[in-house]
Write a protein that binds this ligand. Structure first.
Ligand code: SIN
Length: 287
């Protein structure tokens, strides 16, 4: 593979006030120079979610590109695509009335070492709708009062795969006409306790680390005691000024940092087909 130094042509265009940037002038399949790789990785840390358009990647090239941001891992709850254990297919068919990833979350916060980041590559997209929104959890943390920060700094939250607040993950997966066959159901919900405010291991920035899909209650408190504050935080961190929204086309790629962002896939395109390939990157224990 040629090692083209196309760093001069790279253009990084922010997408919104505090999160998201589109990167132009890069063919990610063509073999990036070390300098281009460094620039892209820095943009990932600076903007927390980065986007590329008009890319054309084989599954092997997708996994290799994902390796720029971390070690591609195995997502245990959806069967991988043939020959590529690191890739799963997210498919909404024309008959589906639910979609995967439709509520605000950070990926797999119910695991002891949640995925560091995610790379999503669009193969088929609806002619309109099906955008993904992202929230900057560092900006959300920084906007809290000193009193709230002091209260949250020492707290931990229990995160669960059950998605009880949203009607249950198994029910949602059963309703997906294609993905129900690739869903690998956990025998018991998986739970992990993580700090409510985590420090990013690469930037040193603090970020809120709770989400509506998986955070059930504060450790050592009941669900009833926790819910009012959690609800406040869920609403707070998705205020419009902390968000960006990405419009997909076939060949688009998004890469987001699960350590300091939330995302949700908007379910507004039913009757159309949307097919994506996803690679998740191994992470560490939040601290
Ligand atoms: C996800 O939550 O990983 C899916 C996001 C999307 O399909 O836009």
């Amino acid at each position: 593979m040629a090692n083209i130094d196309n760093v001069d042509s790279i253009e990084i265009r922010p997408l919104a006030g505090v999160i998201g940037a589109e990167i132009f002038g890069v063919d990610v399949a063509s073999g990036l120079s070390n300098l281009a790789r460094e620039q892209i990785h820095q943009a990932f840390l600076d903007h927390k979610a980065i986007f590329f358009r008009d890319q054309n990647l084989s599954p092997r090239q997708l996994v290799d590109f994902a390796g720029l941001f971390g070690k591609p891992g195995i997502y245990p709850f959806v069967k991988h695509v043939d020959d590529y254990p690191e890739i799963i297919e997210l498919l909404t068919t024309e008959t589906d009335t639910v979609n995967f990833g439709r509520n605000w979350h950070s990926d797999t916060t119910y695991m002891p070492k949640p995925f560091l980041g995610t790379v999503l590559y669009a193969l088929e997209t609806p002619s309109f709708g099906g955008d993904t929104q992202f929230a900057n959890m560092t900006a959300a943390y920084e906007a809290l009062s000193d009193g709230m920060k002091a209260m949250l700094d020492g707290l931990h939250a229990v995160n669960s795969s059950a998605q009880k607040r949203l009607g249950g993950r198994a029910n949602k997966m059963k309703a997906l006409s294609a993905m129900k066959d690739t869903y690998v159901k956990e025998s018991e919900p998986i739970e992990a306790v993580h700090p409510v405010v985590r420090t990013h291991p690469e930037t040193g920035e603090k970020a809120l680390y709770v989400n509506r899909s998986h955070s059930v209650h504060f450790d050592g408190m009941t669900e009833e005691e926790s819910e009012p504050v959690l609800k406040y935080l869920f609403d707070h961190c998705t205020r419009p000024e902390f968000l960006c929204r990405f419009r997909w086309e076939p060949g688009s790629i998004a890469v987001w940092d699960n350590r300091c962002t939330l995302h949700q896939a908007i379910g507004d395109y039913f009757g159309s087909r949307r097919r994506m390939h996803r690679v998740t990157l191994e992470g560490d224990a939040p601290a």
